[in-house]
Design a protein around this ligand. Structure first.
Ligand SMILES: Cc1cc2nc3c(=O)[nH]c(=O)nc-3n(C[C@H](O)[C@H](O)[C@H](O)COP(=O)(O)OP(=O)(O)OC[C@H]3O[C@@H](n4cnc5c(N)ncnc54)[C@H](O)[C@@H]3O)c2cc1C
Length: 305
C-alpha cells in the first residue's frame, strides 16, 4: 500500500481534516479499536470525490463510518483510510413543502428528531435516543418502539466510490429489519430525503419523545460505553430476553461485560479490547444456542483486523 503517496496527493486537493495512525476508540461509542492508518473527515462532496480519486489511484482500501455507534473495530486497527461523515458540510437540515425534509448524512438522529418536531413535523420522535448519524441510521435501517427509518426515507443521495453522484429510491434501498441493500455497496450516503407529516400540534409527540428518552435511561446502561444492541432480535423473540434467560447477565471477559441492566448490551468497563468483546459474544451465542435453540445474529458491524 502506498499510504505516503496517497496522503501527499490527497493533501493537494482536500479541504477537510486528515488524521494518521488514528486510534479508532476515539471514533466509536464502545471506545474500543486499534489505529486506522488514515482517518479523513471530508468537508464536502467534492472532498469525498477527492478521497476516492486518490484511494483508487493508489489502491488504498476505504471504510465509511458515521458516529461509530454500531461498530466494533478490532484491536489490530484498520489498514487503509476511514472516511468519517461528520463535518459541517454534511449537517444541513432543509425543510420543504408538505413535510419533505432533506438532511445531510452527518446530522445526528437526536438533532433531526428535535428539529423536525420543532417545525411541526411528526414522525421521528422515536429516534431521538439513537446516538447515530442519519447516514448510519439509513444504512442500518435503525428502529425503535415499532418504528424504523425505512418508513420515512423517500430518496437517498450517494457518492459512489468511482466518484459519481447518484440518487436512489427507497425501493432500490431494499430495506428489511436492521438491514438495507446499501450495506456492502461501494457508495457513501451524503444526504437523505424524508417524508414526514405536517401537523398542527406536536406537543403530545414531544412528550412521548421525552418519555422514551427517560425509559432508555432507566433500562439501558448509558453510563458505560457500548454499541447498543449487540444481537438482532430473532423472529418472535427478544435477544436481550434470551441472553438473560441463558444466565449470561453479568458474564465477563476481560473488561467486557454483558450488562447487568440490559441483556443485549455489552459494556466496556474501562479497558475492554475488541478481543474481549468478540470472545464474550461467542460465549453468549453458544449459551443461548444451547439454552433456547436460537442462533443469535450480530446487529453490530465489525471492522478492521
Ligand atoms: C446507547 C445506544 C443505543 C442505541 N439504540 C439503538 C436503537 O434504539 N435502535 C437502533 O436501530 N440502533 C440503536 N443503536 C445502534 C446505532 O446507534 C445505530 O445503528 C445507528 O443508526 C448507527 O449510526 P452511526 O452513524 O453511528 O453508524 P456507524 O456505527 O458509524 O456505522 C454503521 C454502519 O453504517 C455505515 N455507514 C455509516 N454512515 C454511512 C454513510 N454516510 N454512508 C454509507 N455508510 C455509512 C458504516 O459503514 C457501518 O456499516 C444504539 C447504540 C447505542 C450506543
Amino acid at each position: 500500500m502506498e499510504i505516503a503517496r496517497f496522503l501527499a496527493d490527497l493533501k493537494t486537493q482536500f479541504q477537510g481534516e486528515i488524521f494518521t495512525d488514528e486510534p479508532m476508540r476515539k471514533h466509536t461509542t464502545w471506545k474500543i479499536g486499534g489505529k486506522a492508518d488514515v482517518l479523513v473527515r471530508p468537508s464536502s462532496e467534492e472532498d469525498l470525490q477527492a478521497v476516492f480519486r486518490c484511494a483508487n489511484r493508489y489502491e488504498i482500501p476505504y471504510y465509511v463510518i458515521g458516529k461509530g455507534s454500531n461498530l466494533l473495530v478490532k484491536d489490530g486497527g484498520i489498514r487503509g483510510v476511514v472516511i468519517e461523515i461528520a463535518a459541517e458540510g454534511f449537517q444541513e437540515i432543509s425543510v420543504g413543502e408538505n413535510g419533505v425534509v432533506v438532511a445531510g448524512a452527518g446530522v445526528s438522529m437526536a438533532k433531526l428528531a428535535k428539529e423536525t418536531l420543532n417545525h411541526n413535523l411528526s414522525g421521528l420522535g422515536w429516534s431521538a435516543g439513537i446516538p447515530g448519524s442519519l447516514g448510519g441510521a439509513v444504512m442500518m435501517n435503525a428502529g425503535a418502539y415499532g418504528y424504523h427509518m425505512a418508513s420515512y426515507v423517500t430518496k437517498i443521495n450517494l457518492v459512489e466510490y468511482i466518484g459519481t453522484r447518484r440518487q436512489i429510491s427507497k425501493a432500490e434501498a431494499d430495506f428489511s429489519y436492521r438491514h438495507s441493500g446499501l450495506m456492502g455497496k461501494p457508495w457513501v450516503v451524503t444526504s437523505v430525503e424524508l417524508a414526514l407529516t405536517p401537523v398542527a400540534d406536536v406537543s403530545d409527540e414531544i412528550q412521548q419523545m421525552k418519555d422514551w428518552l427517560k425509559e432508555r435511561a432507566a433500562k439501558q446502561p448509558l453510563d458505560y460505553p457500548s454499541a447498543g444492541s449487540v444481537f438482532k432480535n430473532p423472529e418472535g423473540s427478544h435477544a436481550g430476553f434470551l441472553v438473560e434467560q441463558s444466565g449470561c447477565r453479568g458474564m465477563q471477559v476481560g473488561e467486557a461485560q454483558v450488562s447487568t441492566k440490559h441483556g443485549n448490551f455489552i459494556v466496556n468497563l474501562g479497558k475492554a479490547t475488541a478481543c474481549d468483546v468478540l470472545s464474550l459474544i461467542e460465549k453468549v451465542q453458544e449459551r443461548v444456542l444451547q439454552n433456547s435453540g436460537h442462533k443469535l445474529e450480530l446487529e453490530v458491524r465489525i471492522l478492521g483486523e
